[in-house]
Design a protein around this ligand. Structure first.
Ligand code: VG1
Ligand code: CO
Length: 543
């Protein structure tokens, strides 16, 4: 075994987006492409020699090959030990859990999360810090800067490690330990939730369907829900992680998880449905005939946090991404705890969680989580809902309707215009930004604009500033229109339009969502020229 220095030339475009570097598999397969990015990570970090790193991914195509490269490069850089999930598997939340539990220096997550997989799909890589969370922007920007100037990478010429065999092997001086990807995570869940109550719920005949969508949540859901909690075999469907996700698009929303939605709307529906995404950090919660919007789910979890043993003492605060509805703000107000509004992406929650300023965090994009780790956590959210159902004895729909009756309903929807021409999308955003100063005070239809801006976030812990985080047009009644460009897509640009309207009166809580938001959608189109700029008649996906 020797360590080789291989000369290389920079690749353009290796700037991490909302959550790591995501590209088409074919781009990652170019010789040196992955190696350059990993070298840039090692060039950027300091003091990792002799330390422990955690490596794992969502099992998608190219996961195993990428892990072999990372192991050989870690050995070449003097890393002391790597913990790697058996079969190369670690869900994003499980990796976060393992980094924290074993005091690792950091972790490398291999996933393009909710993006499609397979040889023609996407691949991704992300660096997580010692708190178990996505590296902050100053680190991801430093990694990017390094990718533009590096001219060599170091790698051991050792042969491949058998990722399927648990135990310890060596590459150069470095130990590689292949670990059970589920055990540490499952133990943590057991500490947070009332497993006895949930077991009793299943024993009483409660029926559930968990859709793993052919991605990485399957092994976690099977071990915990079918194994530890005693749900009948078959409760978890599409539960084996496959390199192409079995053709599923593992983005758990009512459009992509149509099979589950049809089941929950059909005759003899189970009592509870749930789904997770490629790397198991997202969740969708479904009751009989009702899909819970992620913004509502965050608010409901916050309002009921004390039902779960891990949160019995209450919560310190809540943080939500800016486009997420303000349903959680109302709960925070009632609880007398702060609610922070951050830019999109879990990395912005890290400081607040580390400082103990918040306990719960959430994003409208089917992401919810807490201070137990530093990533959003799909299976955690599902277990919280199971705990809530067990404790309250109520079905999902009743829980949601009672929440609205108490706090009011924040009608909410996201409209995505996917893979539009990149120049058209940036032109639209530029026009919109130029228009902002003129919008305040303007009456449009039945609304009038309170203020309009391009969201700037100043982190209350380290005072770092993130600007251009999305255009918001906020009405005097609190209704909102938000526009931003996706930072996770790999084709053209994706425009996200977020719509929110608050309705206090329970008599008005049964309006179909898109109908309740139709006027705001029309205003969004007329102000931004959505259809004109994109040449599209309407959104590609509505959630
Ligand atoms: C999307 C979501 C964002 C989420 C991010 C990563 O980002 O909107 O809320 O944090 O995906 O989630 P964007 O920039 O495309 O809007 V995951 O589960 O893909 O890591
Ligand atoms: Co994800």
């Amino acid at each position: 075994m020797t360590i080789q220095t291989i000369s290389t030339i920079p690749f353009a475009g290796q700037r991490p987006g909302t959550s790591g570097l995501r590209k088409k598999v074919a781009e990652f397969q170019q010789p040196g492409y992955l190696e350059n990015f990993v070298q840039a990570i090692f060039n950027t970090l300091v003091d990792f020699a002799g330390q422990t790193l955690v490596v794992g991914g969502d099992g998608r195509y190219f996961n195993r090959q990428a892990i072999q490269v990372i192991l050989r490069m870690a050995a070449a850089h003097g890393v002391g030990k790597v913990l790697v999930g058996q079969g190369g598997i670690l869900s994003t939340p499980a990796l976060s859990c393992v980094v924290r539990k074993y005091g690792a220096f950091g972790g490398i997550v291999l996933s393009a999360s909710h993006n499609p997989g397979g040889p023609h799909g996407d691949f991704g890589i992300k660096y997580n810090s010692s708190n178990g969370g996505p590296a902050p922007e100053r680190i991801t920007e430093a990694i990017y800067s390094n990718t533009l100037v590096l001219d060599a990478y170091s790698i051991s010429d050792a042969g491949p490690v058998d990722l399927d065999r648990p135990g310890v092997v060596r590459i150069e001086q470095m130990e590689v330990e292949v670990i059970d990807p589920v055990a540490d995570y499952a133990q943590l869940m057991q500490e947070l939730f009332d497993f006895d109550a949930i077991r009793a719920l299943f024993a009483s005949g409660f029926r559930m369907c968990f859709d793993g969508m052919g991605a990485v949540s399957g092994p976690y859901a099977r071990t915990i829900i079918e194994g530890m909690l005693g749900a009948p075999a078959g409760t978890v469907i599409n539960g084996v992680p496959l390199e192409d996700f079995g053709g599923h698009h593992p983005d758990p929303n009512p459009v992509n998880a149509a099979e589950l939605i049809a089941l929950m709307d059909g005759p003899n529906a189970p009592d509870f449905g749930a789904a997770s995404d490629g790397d198991a950090d997202r969740n969708m919660i479904v009751g009989r005939g009702i899909a819970v919007t992620p913004s509502d789910s965050l608010a409901i979890i916050a309002a009921n946090a004390r039902v779960a043993p891990g949160y019995r003492d209450g919560i310190a605060g809540i943080a939500r991404s800016m486009p997420t509805s303000s349903a959680a703000d109302r709960v925070a107000l009632a609880l007398g705890v702060p609610c922070y509004e951050t830019p999109t992406g879990w990395k912005y929650f890290g400081n607040l969680l580390d400082a103990g300023m918040v306990t719960l965090c959430g994003e409208e994009s089917y992401g919810t989580g807490s201070s137990h780790i530093r990533e959003k956590d799909g299976v955690w959210a599902v277990l919280f809902w199971l705990n809530l159902i067990a404790a309250s004895g109520k079905p999902v729909e009743a829980i949601v309707r009672e929440h609205w009756a108490r706090f009011g309903r924040n009608y909410y929807s996201r409209h995505d215009y996917e893979a539009v021409d990149a120049l058209a999308a940036t032109t639209m955003m530029t026009h919109l930004r130029a228009m902002l100063p003129r919008l305040a005070g303007m009456a449009i239809g039945s609304y009038s604009v309170d203020f309009a801006d391009d969201f700037i976030y100043t982190d209350p812990v380290d005072q770092s500033v993130a600007s251009h985080q999305g255009v918001r047009i906020v009405m005097t009644d609190g209704s909102r229109i938000v526009f931003r460009l996706s930072g996770t897509g790999t084709e053209g640009a994706t425009i996200r339009l977020y719509l929110e309207r608050y309705e206090a009166d329970p008599a008005n809580h049964a309006i179909p969502r898109q109908q309740a938001l139709a006027e705001l959608a029309a205003i969004a189109d007329s102000v931004a020229g959505l259809r004109a700029h994109t040449g599209r008649e309407g959104p590609t996906v509505i959630t």
